[in-house]
Design a protein around this ligand. Structure first.
Ligand SMILES: [Zn+2]
Length: 292
């Protein structure tokens, strides 16, 4: 059969039908692989991948931050990604790469940031209570710089064991993420959760880690920050006293201080905060995760 005839033959028609059917099946497949994982602002998502058991390291990248994966089981690798409470809603890719022999394998997982609809609180306070005098402002700026610096370095292996615990017993205020407007000016949102507890009640390390900061801060009062490794930190503020030292290794449930009202606090409570690879997240989202 000359080539010209082939074009008008039934073979061509059949080939066309097959191509058309293939085309029809494509969008369905694409939809299956690209279904985004929905995560609310201020929440943590646990991403688990089942791969081969002999992969030396799996590395993720999300919003320009490296996301380290850890081995959960023989062939299961997991990572936590935190969505900052101020992260705009929308789709963001999590890129995961690993070595398979000589080749680098790359997978993209779509993360959809969903609104948490945080409440807004407007406060009117006398000007003198809101504005800081120059020496206090200088102190606060110095403290903020110190705080910022400590989050730059985290242990490169995980120091926690599943699961995290709530550091003190008490009434949870439910004000994580609250937008605060003071005398018409937007202030920092509430980046942790407040647990109302009696003065002197023990505050426990939420999980194992290394104490990387102990200090007395203008706003946060007596504070302890623990590095749990792989970019995960927990913070304990407004303590009446601290019972650990910087550089000390703590285990889950170990007492690190007592509930107080030091710094800017209206009553005895623990401000408990968590930061994960730069994202300010609700500490209670750690409690709900099976982290392994
Ligand atoms: Zn607080």
């Amino acid at each position: 059969m000359p080539p010209q005839r082939l074009l008008n033959s039934p073979v061509r028609t059949i080939a066309f039908i097959i191509l058309f059917l293939l085309f029809l099946s494509m969008p369905l497949q694409a939809q299956e692989t690209a279904a985004p994982i929905q995560v609310k602002q201020g929440e943590i998502a646990l991403i688990t991948l089942t791969l081969e058991s002999d992969i030396p390291s799996v590395v993720g990248k999300f919003l320009d931050q490296p996301i380290p994966f850890f081995r959960k089981n023989t062939d299961e690798y997991a990572a936590m990604i935190g969505i900052d409470l101020d992260q705009p809603v929308g789709l963001q890719p999590l890129t995961v790469t690993w070595q398979k022999g000589e080749t680098t394998v790359r997978r993209e997982i779509a993360i959809e940031v969903v609104s948490a609809a945080f409440a807004t609180q407007s406060l009117k306070l006398p000007k003198g209570m809101v504005d800081l005098d120059p020496p206090t402002l200088a102190r606060v700026q110095k403290e903020q710089a110190r705080m910022k610096e400590i989050f730059d370095k985290s242990a490169d292996q995980k120091l926690w064991e599943a699961a995290f615990i709530v550091p003190t017993e008490g009434k949870v205020a439910g004000t994580f993420g609250l937008r605060r407007i003071m005398n018409g000016q937007p202030r920092n949102p509430h980046t942790g959760e407040d647990i109302g507890a009696p003065l002197g009640a023990p505050v426990l390390a939420s999980n194992g880690g290394k104490v990387i900061l102990v200090g007395d801060f203008y706003f946060n009062g007596h504070s302890v920050i623990i590095d749990h490794g792989l970019g995960l930190f927990s913070m304990y503020f407004h303590l009446s006293e601290t019972t650990v030292k910087e550089g000390e290794t703590v285990i889950k449930g170990q007492a690190i201080g007592s509930v107080g009202q030091s710094g800017r606090a209206t009553g005895p409570h623990l401000h408990w905060g968590v930061r994960l690879n730069g994202a300010r997240v609700n500490p209670f989202s750690l409690i709900e995760k099976k982290l392994g």
